[in-house]
Design a binder for this molecule. Structure first.
Ligand SMILES: [Zn+2]
Ligand SMILES: [Zn+2]
Length: 352
């Protein structure tokens, strides 16, 4: 029987109630476990969906959200070789997977097809049957193979959002080879989009932001965009027709996909990373005419997440964020839903 230690955390007690301070049980580190003292935890839109029971994880309340975790190793199990006490580390959207399927063997644990599947950092039963609890807490225990190293050149607070927002954009940009000579458009300049602009720019691509309005144009250009267009202006779709090799859509609102496909060049790809609730219609004709692709991408595997962190370290990339106290989480949720955040809220775990 594994022994446990109580640690403070912020949890949603039910789908209808605001988050509040509770204690949760963390297992004593096993042979291959790392005990992390959490310093910072980012607030992702997914946290809000889960805390409010909108994604069907019902039955697992109280739930501690948080899958953008940055901290320092406080203890390691006897068999741990990848991390040492004092190391700066991060944990992203999952803490385990089957480790045996083709996806896991290829380092694409986020697409695990095994029976266990990708074990989310919160709200999912792990291989020991215990339901995971996330990063709005002072400590977490995670298997060493699912713990990432954070380069010294990225401050831990700015690093936290890289673990979900950063990798969500890095993975498609790397997979579809954003780089010199490539024209890349990022749709939406929010928590995800602002990471896309920074990373695509650092990869050497020519970057355009496609945003509802020009409200954040100055920010977009400062973060590394070469161009900035308002999608509320129909002229944008004429001016930019036939322009991009790659478009990454970070927006979860309904979008006229055909209009965006019209912005792609021959062989161009439109990648969805935002997840609208309703199906979006697409005309096959918009794909056929110039061999265009419509694709999707979800976070990234462990090797690629490490590659992303190292890339961000080498290019001095961190998230733009607003640091908050734990007792401001509910207010921060309201502000995220009102799109009133530039560009991520990060919780100071010392205030939990
Ligand atoms: Zn997330
Ligand atoms: Zn697997």
């Amino acid at each position: 029987m594994t022994t446990h230690t109580s640690v403070p955390a912020y949890a949603a007690p039910s789908a209808k109630a605001p988050l509040e301070r509770i204690t949760v049980q963390r297992r004593e580190p096993g042979e291959h476990d790392v005990l992390i003292e959490i310093k910072y935890s980012g607030i992702c839109h997914s946290d809000i969906h889960t805390a409010r029971g909108e994604w069907g994880e019902g039955g697992h309340f109280p739930i501690v959200p948080g899958h953008e975790i940055a901290g320092v190793v406080a203890a390691v199990g006897a068999g741990v070789t990848r991390h040492r006490v004092g190391d700066r580390v991060g944990v992203g959207c999952f803490v385990d997977s089957c480790r045996e399927c083709d996806s896991c063997k290829a380092g694409l644990q986020q697409y695990c097809t095994g029976k266990l599947g990708m074990v989310g950092t919160y709200g999912r039963a792990g291989r020991d049957g215990e339901v995971t609890q996330g990063g709005y807490s002072t400590h977490i225990v995670v298997d060493e193979n699912y713990v990432l190293r954070i380069p010294d050149s990225v401050p831990l607070d700015a690093a936290a959002p890289l673990l979900c927002a950063g990798i969500t954009l890095y993975s498609p940009l790397a997979h579809w080879q954003a780089g010199p000579g490539k024209k890349v458009a990022i749709v939406g300049l929010g928590g995800l989009g602002h990471m896309g602009v920074k990373i695509a720019h650092a990869m050497g691509a020519e970057v355009t932001v496609l945003s509802q309005s020009l409200r954040k144009q100055e920010d977009g250009l400062r973060l590394g965009a070469d161009h900035y267009y308002a999608t509320s202006d129909p002229a944008t779709f004429e001016t930019l027709a036939d322009s991009f090799d790659l478009i990454v859509n970070t927006v979860s609102a309904d979008l006229d996909l055909d209009a965006y496909l019209g912005l792609l060049r021959t062989d161009g790809t439109l990648v969805q990373v935002g997840a609208p609730e309703r199906p979006l219609p697409v005309s096959p004709f918009a794909l056929i005419t110039r061999r265009k692709s419509l694709a999707g991408s979800m976070i990234g595997g462990i090797p690629e997440t490490q590659e992303m962190l190292d890339f961000c370290g080498a290019h001095g990339i961190g998230a733009e964020f607003e640091l908050i106290r734990a007792d401001q989480i509910n207010e921060a949720y309201e502000r995220v839903l009102a799109s009133d955040v530039r560009y991520r809220f990060v919780i100071d775990a010392a205030t939990i």
